[in-house]
Design a protein around this ligand. Structure first.
Ligand code: UT7
Length: 351
């Protein structure tokens, strides 16, 4: 057997478009404290969150995804892609997937379109999937959108989760290019451990429990998380995954200009950065303003950093995520030559 595959190297996925979108409604800690047994000090101290965005009644995940996707296509200067991937835990409905309707509404009918469900790790899984489509030459341009509306699955009276999650969408366009050019994505690390499936769940609505019934109906239909245990797994898994991706890329932690973790909780982000030996200034954090937006959190944080002109061509980025499943994943990339995107929440003031 030959030790290497003959022929030219496969194309690399190169970031060429970026955008984010959050709903206009802001929910502050003070507003939550009016209806829940909580207070601003607890939420800020335990999570670092000051406010989050929440969809209006009737506004669905695809609505945010379409807005972010349209802006990302404009950022890339294109109106055609070969594939649309939506990473989400809150699809518009169990069937069909959300990506085909998003593609159609963006004028991309005909493109391959499917959802990735890896909970809060969905964007990183989607990034690896998009890179694989490009490397295999099945696609030369891919629109990847991370979008979630956790407010539609979290019990509004559940103080533990209602304070953490927010709604939003972030999108990137990837094109075929060379691994050495600014914007090239990869290497990756992806993993899971389903033995801990019960730490983050929505019990009803699938084949195990098709419809929530009886006394437990309300609880089974809502999102549930054993936050304290998840916290410990998150720190360990994110740090280990980040190290694996760095090793595969041949980078040291000090080579990383911007660490962009899934915005789970500010304490988790800082604990992982500290574990990696990265100063907090290199950790991109916008969880204070948007909360934990699930699969949208990394592209929203990227958009925030780019809109504030923190990222420069050639900068080295490390993305790391963790979520239900359990799942985790990391990716490295260099920053492309890309016009700064519009700020995803301009009402908050100029970046
Ligand atoms: O995105 C996917 C991955 N998700 C995550 O990574 C989230 C990971 N977990 C976390 O971020 C944290 O565990 C939480 C923010 C969810 C909770 O913080 P914690 O420091 O782990 O608090 P805890 O769950 O240990 O609860 C401490 C206390 C409890 O009261 P007792 O039993 O000590 O009397 C809770 O009932 O805080 C209470 N509590 C609250 N108090 C005021 C829980 N939620 C609230 C609240 N306001 N909103």
């Amino acid at each position: 057997m030959p030790s290497s595959v003959p022929g030219p190297p496969p194309p690399a996925a190169v970031l060429c478009g970026l955008a984010g979108r959050v709903p206009s409604r802001v929910v502050t800690n003070a507003e939550l404290a009016e209806r829940l047994d909580t207070d601003d000090a607890w939420i800020r101290t335990r999570t670092g969150i000051r406010s989050r965005r929440v969809v209006a009644p009737g506004q669905a995940t695809s609505d945010l995804a379409v807005d972010a996707g349209r802006l990302a296509l404009a950022s890339a200067g294109t109106d055609s892609v070969d594939a649309v991937i939506v990473a989400t835990t809150t699809p518009d409905r169990p069937c069909p997937a959300t990506a085909p309707v998003v593609a159609a509404r963006l004028g991309l009918a005909g493109a391959a379109a499917f959802d990735v469900h890896a909970v809060c790790t969905g964007f990183v899984y989607g990034l690896a999937t998009a890179a694989g489509l490009i490397a295999s030459r099945a696609a030369t341009r891919v629109l990847l959108i991370g979008a979630d509306t956790y407010s539609t699955i979290v019990d509004p009276l559940d103080r533990a989760n209602a304070v953490i999650f927010g709604d939003g969408a972030g999108a990137v366009v990837l094109r075929a290019g060379h691994s050495g050019e600014p914007g090239a994505v990869g290497h990756f690390d992806l993993g899971s451990d389903g033995a801990h499936e019960d730490l983050i769940t929505v019990a009803a609505g699938g084949s195990r429990l098709p419809t929530a019934t009886g006394e437990t109906a309300r609880a089974d239909a809502y999102f549930a998380m054993r936050g304290n245990e998840v916290y410990r797994h998150a720190v360990l898994r994110m740090a280990a995954s980040a190290r694996t991706a760095l090793t595969r890329a041949g980078w040291q932690a000090e080579d990383v200009d911007h660490f962009v973790p899934h915005q789970a909780n500010l304490r988790i982000l800082h604990a992982v950065a500290e574990d990696l030996g990265l100063p907090r200034e290199r950790c991109v954090a916008n969880v204070d303003t948007v909360g934990n937006t699930g699969a949208a959190s990394i592209p929203l944080a990227l958009t925030d950093a780019a809109a504030r002109r923190r990222t420069r061509p050639g900068d080295r980025l490390l993305l790391t995520a963790f979520g239900g499943g359990l799942t985790w994943g990391s990716a490295v990339l260099t920053w492309p030559r890309l016009a700064a995107p519009a700020h995803p929440y301009p009402e908050e003031g100029p970046p």
